[in-house]
Design a protein. Sequence first.
Length: 352
Amino acid sequence: MSRAGVAFPEMQAPVIAAPMAGVSTPALVAAVDAAGGFGFLAGGYRRPPDLAQDIRRTRSLTDRPFGVNLFVPAPTDPRARGADAVEAVARYADRLAPEATRLGVRLPEPDWLDTDHWDAKLTLLADIDPVAVVSCTFGTPPAAAVNRLHAAGSCVAVTVTTPAEASAAAAAGADVLIVQGFEAGGHRGTHQVSEEPNELDHLALIPLVSDLNLPIVAAGGITTAGDTGRALAAGACAVQVGTAFLLTDEAGTSAAYRMGLTDPALRSVITRAFSGRPARGLGNRFALAYADAPPAFPQVDQLTKPLRAAAAAQGDLGAVSLWAGSGWRAAREEPAAAVVARLAEGHRVSRG
Ligand SMILES: Cc1cc2nc3c(=O)[nH]c(=O)nc-3n(C[C@H](O)[C@H](O)[C@H](O)COP(=O)(O)O)c2cc1C
């Protein structure tokens, strides 16, 4: 069996549906699995009981293996985030005050102890309800966490954007590298939030990490079978795709978000405006006006959450986050199975 087959059991088409916080659903995972691909639930931002329910619901829809994604938390001591992190977030809150007044919401106090429930989610996945693959983004999980997931029978994948991040992931015991290029939609998985991400695409990054001899999954801007073929030829065992699934029937993409994704006037930009982390999305008013938001995740995300929710409820597409990769114009309204079939055409997972 190929290493893709070991890492992603039962996958026939080398297409992984990326975990997408706020978009991934059990129905999307089950549909991608049924089409021969491999689906991921997005554990980031989910409360642990909701994630547990997502896992149970997915199991009720498919007998096939699937994965869960977690956000590796930032240090909870704000002093470890740079000398003026607290002041910078306070200044950003002041700057956003007119937006809050306009949308009729209150901005919350930043919570510096927010770990996105890392410990509880790890316990869920290691001790209560393990899944085939756990992927981690925004950092390298501690080796002890990787060991616990291994002991539960899970394969551990880590998103990397540089050779140094890939080496750290390998040293912590990762089984798979998800090599994410700058075309990728949503957050760039840079391990240091204050770092400006590089502009390397996945084809440039793959040879820079191949000496680690781990299976590589390529992510970013994949919208055609030709893209899949080029990633496989460069050394990837599969592709991880987000944006191409955004308009699918099974995705949890909100109505406002779907509408924004069909606006031909918007262009693709990278912005820290919504979360403090560099992320690629469509350049609406908010994304452009606050692109230089302070590099404090998840505190900036906490601040803008009520703004985004109110904007979506009021149909204000200028202030909702429209995460999408550079290939967003290729996204279509169709069943998820059609995306898997299109991207996998001519490519199978080899089990030689
Ligand atoms: C709406 C959206 C949400 C995302 N959320 C997550 C997430 O929760 N965890 C994660 O590891 N990656 C997340 N990503 C990034 C994907 O894992 C992947 O790197 C990216 O979608 C690949 O590029 P593409 O969108 O051009 O296909 C997200 C991407 C999008 C578009």
